[in-house]
Design a binder for this molecule. Structure first.
Ligand SMILES: [Zn+2]
Ligand SMILES: [Zn+2]
Length: 213
C-alpha cells in the first residue's frame, strides 16, 4: 500500500509511531491528532479508488477543521499496512520494516480471534468487530469518548461510551462499554451538535465487549 495522494499531496497522513494523523491547520503547524480527536467522518461521494473520507477533527489550536483521509489510512494504516517506516532492530542489529512487523503482529492477532476495534451493536444485542471507517461521530467527555458507529453487519447506528485507548489503539478493547439504550436510524444524526445533544441526554446501559461471548 502506498501513501495516498489526496488533494495533490503525497504526504503520509498516519504516523504509526505516534498513532496520530497529520492534517493542515489553517493557523500554522500541521496538527497531529489521534483518532479520538476526530469529530465526524463521512464517506466522500464519488471517490472510490481509493475511497476518501471527509473528517472534522478537534485541533490542538482549539478549533475544529475539516480534513481528508483515504480509506487505507483510516482502516489499515493503524495496523501498519501503510507504514513506510523502518526501525533499528536491536535484536538482529538490522533495519527492519516497521510495516512488516506490525502487519505480521496484526495478522497473528486477528487470526487468533482478536479484532483491532469493536463496539456493541444495540440492534443485534451483541459485540461486533468494526474498523475506524464505521465511526460516524465522536464526542470527547470526561475521561471517555462517545462514539456513534454504523454497524458493518446490520447498518444500524449504535452509540457507545468508551475510553480513548479503545479508539486510538488497535487491539485495545474495553472490557465493558456504555451503550445508549436506543438505536439510531441511519440518518438520525446529521451534525455533530445533534450527536452532542443526544449524548448529553442519553441513558447508558453497561455491556460486556468480549467478542467470543
Ligand atoms: Zn488548528
Ligand atoms: Zn449490527
Amino acid at each position: 500500500m502506498t501513501a495516498s495522494g489526496i488533494g495533490g499531496t503525497t504526504r503520509e497522513v498516519y504516523d504509526p509511531l505516534t498513532t496520530t494523523y497529520s492534517f493542515a491547520c489553517p493557523h500554522g503547524r500541521r496538527a497531529q491528532v489521534p483518532l479520538s480527536s476526530f469529530r465526524q467522518l463521512e464517506l466522500l461521494p464519488g471517490a472510490s479508488h481509493p475511497a476518501v473520507y471527509r473528517v472534522v477533527f478537534g485541533c490542538r489550536c482549539g478549533e475544529e477543521h475539516p480534513g481528508l483521509v483515504s480509506h487505507d489510512d483510516l482502516d489499515w494504516a493503524p495496523l501498519g499496512a501503510a507504514a513506510g517506516v523502518s526501525f533499528h532492530n536491536l535484536m538482529t542489529a538490522r533495519e527492519s520494516s516497521l510495516a512488516a512487523e506490525l502487519t505480521d503482529l496484526a495478522a497473528t492477532r486477528i487470526g487468533a480471534g482478536e479484532w483491532p476495534w469493536s463496539f456493541f451493536c444495540l440492534l443485534e444485542g451483541r459485540p461486533r468487530p468494526m474498523t475506524p471507517s464505521a465511526l460516524t461521530f465522536l464526542a470527547p467527555g470526561q475521561g471517555s469518548v462517545g462514539i456513534a458507529v454504523r454497524c458493518p453487519s446490520c447498518s444500524a447506528v449504535s452509540v457507545n461510551l468508551v475510553t480513548r485507548q479503545h479508539v486510538d489503539l488497535p487491539f485495545w478493547n474495553d472490557a465493558r462499554v456504555g451503550v445508549v439504550d436506543h438505536v439510531f436510524p441511519a440518518d438520525a444524526l446529521r451534525v455533530v451538535e445533534e450527536f452532542r445533544a443526544e449524548l448529553a441526554s442519553a441513558r447508558f446501559d453497561e455491556k460486556r465487549l468480549d467478542l467470543e461471548g
